[in-house]
Write a protein that binds this ligand. Structure first.
Ligand SMILES: Cc1cc2nc3c(=O)[nH]c(=O)nc-3n(C[C@H](O)[C@H](O)[C@H](O)COP(=O)(O)OP(=O)(O)OC[C@H]3O[C@@H](n4cnc5c(N)ncnc54)[C@H](O)[C@@H]3O)c2cc1C
Length: 388
């Protein structure tokens, strides 16, 4: 972008997966916008790997779903084990077609594809190396000051959307609180070359010592996630591989790894998500446990809803407060449901005191008709409508 225009209908702070997708939606709705992103390129590393069918349906509305499907792995089944005993398989085959699978794609590839789609449609709306420093809101507009390639700039917009992640500057400068709880659950995870026979299937091991999840990744790699008793700072390959071996007897020692890390789990929500002309979306608005892989997908659902909402609000000064209040209520409902579903996943993976009941419960969950409900819950169906 050579000359940066000074006014927009919407300014988006943060060009991660949610900010980029919101840009695509605003582009489609013919709303003028800019995305200010401090990084020069998508963050490396895989973090999120699951794109749910509800998100592929949103991507299809923009004619971009096939780009992701081309590069990702379709997970159509997940096998459940108690320790090493196979209890059953949950299939997504009977979920609504054509996206009756969860797509595995590392987050940096997802962000790269979203950016390509955005710049193909409009090369002038994503400004990289642009770090937002201060935000000032008045009755009529928001002023955003940022540094870009060593120079100071300021723009104005009617609405400001914070898509700037968990430590959101937008949220802090708007004086919005981030409330919730930290769970006792801690995990380690790593991406390894795949030496299992699971192919494109996922596998979940409910072990006496704690959960192991194993998901396929593109290029013959596999993500391993293990529940740990305590948070392990600076986890090593040996700690992860020996835990996998001790729990399920599978050796990863001859494999190569591309990433190893640890994480703890929180549930946090911004109160409010909408304050005057400032709106928070994605991780800036909420954090749910990564177990269940919903955070980024939840952000895309926010963004789609927000694009429709802004389309109404920008043309309707009279009812804008009501429209934005209704938007906030819908998003709060979706976050509450996602958090409940993530909690259910985490509880199943905790160290158990009564193994017999867990085996009975898991067997029941994998048999029709409950298996179909579980497949829908695991693929984020009904997150905006159902009571759970
Ligand atoms: C281990 C792990 C596994 C996960 N797995 C999944 C999964 O399988 N499925 C799933 O749906 N979710 C998953 N998640 C969650 C997912 O990674 C996040 O929900 C997602 O990254 C949120 O996207 P976002 O765009 O809201 O925020 P972010 O990805 O944090 O992006 C925020 C962007 O804002 C930019 N920014 C910040 N401050 C400024 C500023 N002042 N000026 C300009 N730019 C700024 C940052 O550089 C960044 O690019 C996982 C998370 C973790 C930790």
């Amino acid at each position: 972008m050579n000359n940066i225009p000074e006014t927009y209908q919407v300014a988006i702070v943060g060009g991660g997966p949610v900010g980029l997708y919101l840009g695509l939606c605003l582009e489609q709705a013919d709303i003028s916008y800019i995305i200010l992103e401090k990084r020069s390129a998508p963050r490396p590393g895989s973090r999120s790997l699951g794109i749910h069918p509800v998100s592929l349906e949103l991507f299809e509305e923009l004619n971009i779903a096939s780009n992701f499907i081309h590069d990702g792995i379709k997970i159509q089944k997940g096998h459940a084990f108690i320790n090493t005993e196979k209890i059953g398989t949950l299939s997504f085959e009977h979920c609504p077609k054509p996206f009756n699978f969860i797509l595995a794609l590392p987050q940096h590839q997802t962000e790269t594809l979203l950016e390509q789609a955005l710049t193909e449609r409009n090369p002038n709306t994503l400004l990289r190396n642009a770090e937002v420093k201060t935000i000032t809101e008045s009755n009529k507009y928001v002023e955003i000051a940022f540094d870009h390639n060593g120079e100071k700039h300021a723009i104005q917009s009617e609405y400001l959307v914070g898509c700037d992640g968990k430590n959101s500057l937008v949220r802090k400068q708007a004086g919005i609180s981030f409330q919730g709880q930290h769970y006792p659950d801690t995990y380690i995870m790593g991406d390894f070359t795949d030496n299992t026979h699971f192919g494109s299937d996922a596998a979940i091991f409910l072990c006496n010592e704690g959960l192991i999840e194993s998901f396929p990744l593109p290029n013959n790699h596999r993500r391993w996630v293990l529940k740990t008793a305590d948070y392990i700072d600076d986890v090593s390959k040996e700690q992860l591989t020996s835990n996998v071996f001790n729990r399920i007897g599978h050796s990863l020692s001859s494999t190569q790894h591309t990433m190893i890390s640890s994480f703890g789990v929180q549930k946090l929500i911004a109160k409010p998500m909408v304050k005057n002309r400032t709106i928070l979306v994605g991780d800036a608005a909420h954090i749910v446990s990564p177990i269940g892989g919903q955070g980024m997908n939840l952000g895309w659902l926010d963004a789609r809803d927000l694009a429709n909402t802004l389309h109404q609000v920008l043309g309707n000064n009279f009812k804008k407060d009501t429209i934005l209040n209704q938007y906030q209520k819908r998003r709060e409902h979706a976050v509450k449901n996602a958090a409940k579903r993530a909690e259910m996943n985490m509880k199943l993976g905790r160290k158990i005191t009564v193994p017999f009941f867990r085996k009975k419960l898991v067997s029941l969950m994998l048999k029709p008709p409950i298996s179909q409900l579980m497949a829908n819950i695991f693929t984020m169906r009904g997150i905006e409508r159902w009571p759970i």
